[in-house]
Design a binder for this molecule. Sequence first.
Ligand code: HEM
Length: 387
Amino acid sequence: MLSERTISLVKSTIPLLSGAGTAVTAHFYQRMFSHNPELKNIFNMTNQHTGKQQFALFNAIAAYATHIDNPQVLEQAIGRINHKHVSLNIQAKHYDIVGHHLIETLKELAPEQFTPDIEQAWREAYGFLADLFITQEEGLYRTVEQQPGGWRDGREFVITELVKESENVMSFYLKPCDGRAITRYQAGQFIAISVNPAASENTQIRQYSLSQAPKHDHYRISVKREGLVSTHLHQLHVGDTVTLYPPAGDFVLQAAANDKVFISAGVGITPMMAMLEQALAIESSAQLAFIHACVDESQHSFKHPIEQLAAQHSNLCKEVWYEHSDSGDKTGRIELQHSALSLPYEHGEFYLCGPTAFMAAVKQQLLALGVAPDRILYEVFGPHESL
Ligand code: HEM
């Protein structure tokens, strides 16, 4: 455990960190990528340009400094980061690199305040957190590796089928090139894909939700064409290969018996498809509702599969909100108080996925309608932001 003195010294640097704002993380990343350019193959350099990941890491460091004497407060956040890291194949050796550049950054930016005592306290504190992360992440690596069909590090998969789901979303069916089994996953989890787009000098890794309930011989992801990697993926053909890291993620279905409402916008529908299929496959009397929002019919992914499922299962109801068209069930942005569905606000589980602003707005509506915060579960694509 960390000593009282270490804890109080680290806490004393919180004003230093908050005062410097994102300058600390900006400097940190610049330093790390110039000394260890190999890490550009792991980090999402597009996020670096927008400053999003810098913000996420800064938040994590500040939160850690604030709660250093009570790490349970961070348990849920750390669990989520562990899944992200494992999916990206982050290794123990990377923690030394990050720790080194973090300490050097603090030294360079605040040479006077960052005294040898404080430096030592930060080394201990970072080492403590890094050990915790490394241990938990090793546990996750082992768990998936030891499952039937499990693996560790990259594994080659071939694209066996491409299906256009809407104007900008394409589903990729992926089978392992070695012909061996694949590990099962929990609906809601994601998989990382590693590619080398011609337009980039680095390998690029991105995480995509698995968009079906688990199948025995393939994975399916459904990708919206919107950035460097997704544009590259949309140019691939059946027979092309990609590298996949094993499934990970802690946004998964909760108790089977509970009523569930899945609320998504745009390509946020992907983990919801997997969750809905899995929830329908479980023998349970749970009532299920699927609410989806998108711009219009041309952007509506999985329209027909959802209609078919609703026709086949009496415990499933659905509603569609089109922003710019009146051909859906509703027009405009989702307003749950105007939904025609009777939703289980008092006891149900609510799963959200879509743009952050969308999820924040829906969460506010749910809270106002009496849903307890611990029954609202959500997944953020890209660096995590609190709603
Ligand atoms: C993502 C914290 C160590 C690489 C994240 C996120 C946080 C975080 C908060 C965002 C998670 C989310 O979006 O939900 C930390 C902390 C660390 C640490 C506190 C040290 C104790 C590392 C190491 C590496 C690494 C050693 C590898 C060199 C990444 C990458 C992402 C990420 C690649 C995904 C975002 C992106 O691509 O820009 N980390 N991390 N992290 N972390 Fe870490």
